[in-house]
Write a protein that binds this ligand. Structure first.
Ligand code: GLN
Length: 456
């Protein structure tokens, strides 16, 4: 793995060439869908000439292929957008570029970010960086793996229900899902607007902090963004830490529990006060998520109609054009969510499902708020198992959804949550610890993670 500092003060052209060579060497892992080699080398030349400077001058990175970028396609790993060339760049890409960072390519994901394994990609799965017979995690699997393989020192992704945290944990890198509204979503393919967030992968908490510091802040083109509150924090001392009891039961893989318990011990050793906490609403979080998120998906994905942009099917009339374009452009999981979403929003079922789920969501948020009156940070695993085998959950969508049980609560509540590497299971599979904080405590979580890294 590499760190951002490995790329600072060296030739940007060499950095880009090195990253592209590493991407090509690892082609069989399928972390990347495309390289933006030409544009990257052009920008590297400008950095080397001193025409572009900044905190990330000459540092290569990759972006999940649902961020609009210039210099190639933005596919969202779907047939719908297979040929789509974005007319502009996402705000975060612009912000990273303004600091001299260089995007060298676009990474694989579950199509439209629907999934937790990257197996829903229209272009085939990404393989796990520690064991190629296992999934990368998802939906930002490609970004996690590209970071873990050391192709780039950091990568960006989206997290709607765990899509940064879970692949980070499956590949042993740091993954950050910020407070809802921290980072602009302008120019990013929308999934579920009430939980979509933009974050990053890095190999250290310190690097992740730098990237978040650059990306965070108000954007007039995304009215959901908060004024910039992100400021790198000092290592916190004597925090009150709550370990979530419901996430440490016998249903959770023993290797995962063991590694999380070891991390918790290290928090105690560092002088933090650790207690067990319980949350009665957690058992409903997955049900809420898989009602609310498909509802928002069905609305957001209605823009793909075969008329405006993206795939356009051969058709004899308008209704056939809509139907066939959507049939050809979407994967089975996209269609499943559109159907579930349309169903829960339909007049006969709205009260029974969507409204109930939103009420339950408020109770979950209240429960978190109550705990944060006493605790600074909540801790648990990121996922109930380490990376599972390719194909293991593909036949059963509900089994696949169960893998999200520990990540969706923070998403529904809009809380910052990060995944921190916590060693491996006996089989050598990476395990991640999840640190969840109160809204706007993003930098505190990263500072805590950084101080634990140093202690280790
Ligand atoms: N695995 C979750 C889902 O399928 C999360 C996806 C995401 O965060 N984009 O919805």
């Amino acid at each position: 793995m590499t760190a951002i500092s490995d790329f600072i003060d060296s030739s940007a052209t060499d950095n880009v060439k090195k990253a592209i060579a590493a991407a090509k060497e690892n082609e069989s892992i399928h972390a990347l869908l495309s390289l933006t080699e030409e544009r990257a080398l052009e920008r590297a030349t400008l950095v080397d000439k001193g025409e572009i400077t900044g905190r990330l001058a000459g540092v290569p990175f990759v972006a999940k292929d649902n961020f609009m970028t210039l210099g190639g396609t933005t596919t969202a790993a779907s047939h719908f957008l297979e040929q789509f060339e974005a007319p502009l760049q996402a705000t975060v890409i612009e912000r990273l570029e303004a600091e001299g960072a260089i995007c060298i390519g676009k990474t694989n994901l579950d199509a439209f970010a629907h999934g937790g394994s990257t197996e829903n990609s229209a272009f085939g799965p990404t393989l796990n960086s520690a064991d190629p017979t296992r999934v990368a995690g998802g939906s930002s699997g490609g970004s996690a793996v590209a970071t873990a393989l050391g192709i780039v020192p950091f990568a960006i992704g989206t997290d709607t229900g765990g899509s940064i945290r879970q692949p980070a944990s499956f590949n042993g890198v740091v993954g950050v899902k910020p407070t809802y509204g921290t980072v602009s979503r302008y120019g990013v393919v929308a999934m579920a607007s009430s939980t979509d967030t933009i974050g990053c992968f890095a190999t250290t908490a310190h690097d992740a902090e730098l990237v978040m510091d650059i990306m965070a802040g108000r954007d007039d083109r995304d009215m959901t963004t908060l004024p910039d509150f992100f400021a790198p924090a000092e290592a916190p001392t004597a925090l009150k830490v709550g370990v979530i009891k419901e996430f440490m039961t016998d249903d959770v893989d023993a290797g995962v529990r063991q590694q999380v318990a070891t991390y918790v011990e290290s928090l105690k050793a560092a002088g933090h006060i650790v207690e067990e906490v319980s949350m009665s609403m957690l058992k409903y979080a997955l049900a809420m998520y898989y009602i609310i998120v498909p509802a928002e998906i069905s609305s957001n994905l209605s823009r793909y109609d075969g008329v405006r942009y993206g795939r356009r099917a051969e058709a004899g009339n308008l209704s056939e054009l809509y139907g066939k374009s959507r049939d050809e452009g979407f994967m089975a999981e996209n269609k499943r969510r559109i159907m579930i979403g349309s169903y829960v929003l339909s007049s006969g079922y709205f009260d029974a499902y969507y409204l109930q789920a939103q009420k339950a969501r408020t109770l979950l948020i209240n429960e978190f708020n109550e705990l944060f009156k006493t605790y600074d940070v909540l801790v648990g695993p990121v996922a109930p198992t380490p990376a599972f085998k390719l194909g293991e959950n593909t036949a059963d969508p509900v089994k696949m959804y169960l893998a999200d049980i520990m990540t969706v609560p923070a998403s529904l509540a809009g809380l910052p949550a990060i995944s921190v590497p916590a060693g491996t299971t006996d089989e050598g599979l990476p395990v991640g610890v999840q640190l969840i904080g109160q809204r706007r405590d993003d930098a505190k979580l990263l500072a805590l993670a950084a101080s634990q890294e140093e202690a280790a």
